[in-house]
Write a protein that binds this ligand. Structure first.
Ligand SMILES: *Cc1c(COP(=O)(O)O)cnc(C)c1O
Length: 452
């Protein structure tokens, strides 16, 4: 075991050290060489060192350098050093973190991490929180609690009796709701299409003056951080209107929730903590390894009633928090360990600094593109920048050429019917030098494309 792990650590450090110098997108020939893995199920085994060697030699070169400093796709970060190392250690412990009295160490660390998160997000300390795989499942959990609560108020027990014959629930979403939120609604029997869509403004923010009249069981799904523009819904106005009518307000803040941790960005989140539930990711802006999402619910009983296996409200034997009372899964790894490690290694100040720094980088990108005569389509309030290189075809081609050039990687998106390149600066590892290097490389590709 010792040799195996030592050698693997060496392979891992070699990989990480090589990232800044290599192409961010994998080279075609590396991807082609993956085919050596395509074999029938081997009859005989292979020694562990050779197994890892094969993986490293074939898959490492074919990876996208998401752990490196110049990957700007999909609003995802890298993995902070403490979180990668903590992930290794926690996987070594191999704790099935279901019950606090069986795995007390990981259960306690997760409980502590949750209390720190409530502090960071400025939420009441009696909110329930849960560690899940990502924001999709976090939205699912929070909306399950919402479904439970709004139906309980009209004497319907949805966990016991299901959705058939239940009083209807009105679900209100903004036109710019993330597609995975719609998926969560579908999984909960609330319907992807059976929603009231509220118009948004030019930045993608739900227009509070366009909210429908509330009546009966109602869930309003708001957004912190539009996937394209980074904009935030007007939470205070929405919460006021919804709460007056007894409706539940949910916030999908997969990355945007973290803005509240940064003094310079906090103003964007006004009223956000007045909602009833929140979903976010740790594997995006907190920079922990996949897969790591978080949900918080003000009324902890409703999350527990929706997720616990035992009949709702059964008192548990111990006073300690059992992780499985709050998750869709039973068996689970203690993914809160890496969240704890991130918060412990950064501290409150470090989290704020990382969030603010990445937003500064985004502003620099926007200024650089504008100075070169390119159009930035959004007001850069957060870490998202949308750049157009002209018409749809030109923009798509330039993005492809930027990806192939390899200095950095950005994806393509459509914003209000315009094709754009989306730059998301979310990684702890990105430095000012990385931003300049990437900017110059992208501007050069765009200029050369213009000469064709
Ligand atoms: C990324 C994202 C999601 C989905 O998160 P996953 O972690 O990929 O499941 C949901 N909503 C928003 C706003 C996002 O940015």
């Amino acid at each position: 075991m010792k040799n195996l792990l030592k050698k693997t650590a060496e392979r891992a450090t070699n990989y990480l050290e090589g990232l800044p110098a290599r192409s961010v997108a994998p080279q075609q020939d590396s991807v082609a060489k993956l085919s050596v893995l395509k074999e029938l199920l081997p009859e005989q085994g292979t020694d562990p060192e050779s197994v890892v060697q094969l993986l490293d030699e074939t898959v490492s070169p074919a990876t996208m350098a998401m752990a490196g400093p110049r990957f700007f796709g999909f609003v995802i970060g890298g993995a902070l050093p403490a979180t990668l190392a903590a992930n290794w250690l926690a996987n070594t412990w191999d704790q099935n973190s279901v019950l606090a009295n069986v795995t007390p160490g990981t259960a306690l660390v997760e409980e502590i991490a949750l209390s720190w998160l409530l502090d960071i997000f400025k939420l009441p300390d009696d909110c329930a929180g849960t560690f899940v795989t990502g924001a999709t499942v976090a939205n699912f959990c929070a909306l399950a609690a919402a479904r439970r609560s709004v139906l309980e108020k009209v004497d319907w027990n949805v966990e016991a009796d299901g959705m058939f014959g239940a009083p209807p629930i009105t679900v209100i979403v903004g036109q710019e709701a993330h597609p995975t939120l719609m998926k969560s609604l579908g999984m909960l029997g609330l319907g992807r299409n059976r929603v009231v869509r509220v118009a948004v403004d030019a930045h993608g923010r739900m227009r509070s003056d366009a909210l429908p009249k509330f009546s009966g069981p109602t869930i309003v799904c708001t957004q912190a951080g539009n996937i394209n523009t980074g904009a935030f819904d007007p939470f205070a106005e929405i919460c006021d209107a919804a709460h007056e009518a007894g409706a539940w307000v949910h916030v999908d803040g997969a990355f945007g929730l973290w803005a509240i941790a940064a003094p310079k960005l906090m103003h964007l989140t006004t009223g956000m903590n007045q909602a009833d539930s929140w979903a976010t990711d740790a594997h995006k802006w907190l920079n922990v390894p996949y897969d790591s999402g978080l949900a918080f619910v003000r009324d902890s009983d409703s999350l527990r009633a929706a997720m616990a296996i035992t009949a709702e409200y059964l008192p548990t034997e111990s006073q300690a928090r059992n992780p499985s009372d709050y998750t869709p899964e039973l068996s689970r790894r203690a993914r809160g360990i890496e969240v704890w490690a991130a918060l412990k290694s950064l501290g409150r100040a470090g989290v704020a600094e990382m969030i603010e720094r990445t937003c500064q980088h985004a502003k620099r990108f926007a200024a650089g593109f504008e100075a070169a005569g390119h159009r930035v389509l959004n007001e850069v309030v957060l870490n998202q920048v949308l750049v157009s290189f002209g018409d749809k075809e030109t923009t798509q081609q330039v993005i492809q050429e930027i990806q192939a050039e390899g200095t950095c990687w950005c994806g393509v998106t459509t914003w209000q019917e315009q094709t754009a390149m989306r730059i998301s600066v979310s990684s702890w590892a990105t430095t000012e030098a990385d931003v300049e290097l990437s900017l110059q490389a992208m501007l050069k590709v765009a200029a050369e494309h213009g000469k064709k």
